[in-house]
Design a protein around this ligand. Structure first.
Ligand code: P6P
Length: 321
């Protein structure tokens, strides 16, 4: 039985014991979140909080609970220089002098699905604090500089998936020990299909290349028959794509021409995992991990999946990667 913390410290001794302490803050938070989700119906934490987050989106009660859990569990860890959350306008500095790591996260992605008991997730990205010490510059590093990208998907079981640049590994929360135990060695995304995953209600407003691409998938243009699967919870849709192959797309739309999903704490960590598993992640044209962030909450079109579908997407939308 190898736990998540043991696995990372063993695979990456260069990150040091301090990093292991940061990771235990991450897993402690996710266990708190998991417990709250499991008992939400009993403890009355379903529904809206009655407030909005920095995105102008109605906060669910569990968004606040999850954010508090992440802030409390990580904020007290020595190695953490700052935390950046989807729920908060600005970064929260902690060990601003000694902290080596910045943790950027979406504490509970897909929370609007909780009330209907659909999988949700926590997504996290870890950067090193830059030598010059600037917090803003350390936060706004491009995705290729991530120390770690990962997520926890709260579903029939609670699964943590991460990469730190030498492959993708999956861990399942073991109720008996309370530990995330290694259950997926070296996860590899299938070369192709059988699912495409996109909110087709937006299809008429996508750029033409995306419309033609999805039509091509639908009509057998890539040589296989596809099924459409769209849960509307990014972590769940991504996790299925990682395990089964195919493609997830959130193209530009008329309502959000710059894309809906956020670069720093959704697209970058998942793109890191996808590439390490042999897949690809682009805006449709450009590689996600090479985007130079300008703002911590900036959005991006996000397309991620198997090599076969992603190469066909680039051809359809005229991109480079
Ligand atoms: P739409 C959930 O609100 C979320 O941020 C992601 O988890 C999900 O992939 C996306 O939005 C769904 O957006 O516009 O299809 O409902």
């Amino acid at each position: 039985m190898i736990t998540f913390e043991e696995h990372v410290v063993r695979q990456h001794p260069e990150l040091g014991a301090e990093f292991g302490w940061v990771l235990s803050g991450l897993t402690l938070a996710s266990k708190k979140i998991e417990a709250q989700i499991r008992s939400a119906g009993l403890s009355g934490v379903y529904g809206a909080q009655g407030s909005e987050n920095v995105q102008g989106e109605a906060q669910q009660k569990l968004d606040v609970v999850a954010n508090d859990a992440m802030m409390e569990s990580l904020g007290s860890r020595a190695g953490v220089a700052a935390l950046v959350s989807e729920e908060d306008e600005a970064p929260v500095a902690f060990d601003a002098d000694g902290g080596k790591y910045i943790v950027i996260f979406d504490p509970l992605d897909g929370s609007s699905n909780i009330d209907v008991n659909v999988n949700v997730g926590t997504i996290f990205s870890v950067h090193r604090r830059l030598a010059d010490g600037s917090l803003d510059a350390s936060i706004l590093q491009e995705g290729t500089k991530q120390v770690m990208g990962g997520y926890v998907v709260y579903g029939p079981s609670t699964v943590l998936v991460y990469t730190a640049g030498d492959g993708v590994y999956g861990f399942t929360l073991d109720a008996a020990s309370g530990a995330f135990v290694l259950t997926n060695e070296a996860m590899v995304m299938p070369e192709q299909g059988p699912y495409y995953s996109v909110n087709e209600a937006n299809a008429v407003t996508w750029p033409e290349g995306f419309q033609a691409y999805v039509e091509m998938l639908r009509t057998g243009g890539l040589g296989i028959a596809y099924s459409s699967r769209y849960i509307g919870s990014l972590v769940a849709d991504f996790h299925r794509t990682l395990l089964k192959g195919g493609v997830f797309l959130y193209p530009p739309t008329k309502k959000q021409p710059g894309g809906k999903l956020r670069l720093l704490y959704e697209a970058n960590p998942l793109a890191f995992i996808a590439e390490q598993a042999g897949g690809m992640a682009t805006t449709g044209t450009d590689r996600i991990l090479e985007i130079q962030p300008g703002k911590i909450h900036q959005r991006t079109p996000f397309c991620v999946g198997s090599k076969r579908e992603m190469e066909a997407l680039q051809a359809a939308v005229g991109g480079k990667a």
